[in-house]
Write a protein that binds this ligand. Structure first.
Ligand SMILES: [Mn+2]
Length: 341
């Protein structure tokens, strides 16, 4: 299939690209970077298979968008899923599981018994971050916008670093059930639960706006209170406001007003109600409706702020295509909004 005979009214043909779109990386303005990695997953595993699940489900979408004219013409290209990363993930995941089991039976993260294994996993996670950084920087150098497809929520750090070299001031809009502000978790420096703690070390990130948070520890709340860059819109307060008559439109305006002009979106699928992502690694009741999340993204774009990149993480396939299906729909909207002129 090539550009000339891509028909947006037909069923897309699987061609290795998300949505079966006909653009190679060279012609694309947005490039999807899949990162099949879930080494530090602490509860349910499977996010490493997220990119393939989303890819498989993505070809059965219809491409008409009620918001965006000619949305399907958004030029999206796909970097193929890297099998070396996949293999390294399975090797490191096995070691990480041993560590997690050791801790679950009363062991301590500082114990000598697991020191070499922890060092191995942390080193491998560092190498993964470097790979993402290099891939991201290369694509940005070629004038592309990058949409990363995880993987667990540890994987976008390198992309955030690459963006920091191009933008001296940007904010993160994080949709998530968790704050991800832990200083390492289970001994893993680059844990999925630490992504925003690590992101806050990037000086160019001037704001972190968190939405839908509902599962958080005391130390994370202390960090939120102690760092003026972090603004949390927890799920309970959002719902309480709604029960008392504050519209979602007004709440979205309030959320967006806290962001600078350039925004990176970090979309953890578990920010949605778990009925939309039952197999995600750490599901939590409550959360955003699908359309609430999309409306927030739309309001962001309509406010005139610029999306400079995004990640979609923690989609994990289960017995059917449901999680991948939702992931594909979120991915399509993220890409279309980022490409929207
Ligand atoms: Mn997360």
């Amino acid at each position: 299939m090539n550009q000339a005979n891509f028909n947006p009214n037909d069923i897309a043909v699987p061609n290795g690209s998300f949505f079966g779109f006909p653009y190679g990386v060279e012609e694309a303005s947005i490039v999807f970077l899949p990162v099949p990695w879930d080494v530090t997953t602490s509860y349910g595993e499977g996010a490493a298979n997220g990119p393939q699940a989303i890819l498989d489900a993505s070809v059965q979408l219809d491409f008409y968008d009620f918001d965006i004219p000619q949305a399907w013409q958004t030029r999206c290209g796909t970097i193929p899923i890297n099998s070396d990363i996949q293999e390294q993930n399975y090797a490191m995941r096995a070691i990480a599981k041993g560590i997690i089991e050791y801790l679950a039976t009363g062991g301590n993260v500082d114990d000598e018994a697991i020191a070499p294994q922890l060092a191995t996993v942390n080193r491998a996670s560092w190498v993964l971050n470097q790979w993402v950084y290099t891939q991201g920087r290369e694509l940005l150098d070629r004038g592309k916008l990058v949409g990363l497809v995880g993987g667990d929520h540890s994987v976008p750090l390198g992309l955030m670093q690459a963006l920091a070299e191009r933008h001296e001031d940007y904010g993160i809009l994080q949709i998530d059930a968790h704050a991800d502000l832990r200083e390492a978790y289970e001994g893993f420096t680059y844990s999925h639960a630490s992504i925003m703690y690590n992101a806050m070390k990037i000086l160019q990130i001037s704001r972190l706006v968190q939405v839908g948070i509902r599962d958080v520890c005391e130390a994370e709340m202390a960090m939120v209170r102690g760092d003026r860059r972090i603004v949390m819109f927890d799920d309970w307060q959002l719902k309480a406001n709604a029960y008392e008559g504050i519209t979602w439109a007004a709440q979205c305006q309030e959320i967006i007003s806290n962001l600078p002009d350039k925004v990176y979106i970090s979309f953890d699928i578990d920010g949605l109600n778990p009925s939309y992502c039952p197999y995600t690694g750490t599901p939590v009741p409550g959360g955003l409706e699908f359309n609430e999340a999309i409306y927030l993204l739309r309001s962001l774009v309509q406010s005139g702020k610029k999306i400079i990149g995004f990640d979609l993480c923690e989609v994990a396939p289960g017995g059917d295509e449901w999680d991948g299906n939702i992931g594909a729909r979120v991915l399509y909207k993220l890409a279309c909004y980022m490409g929207w002129k």
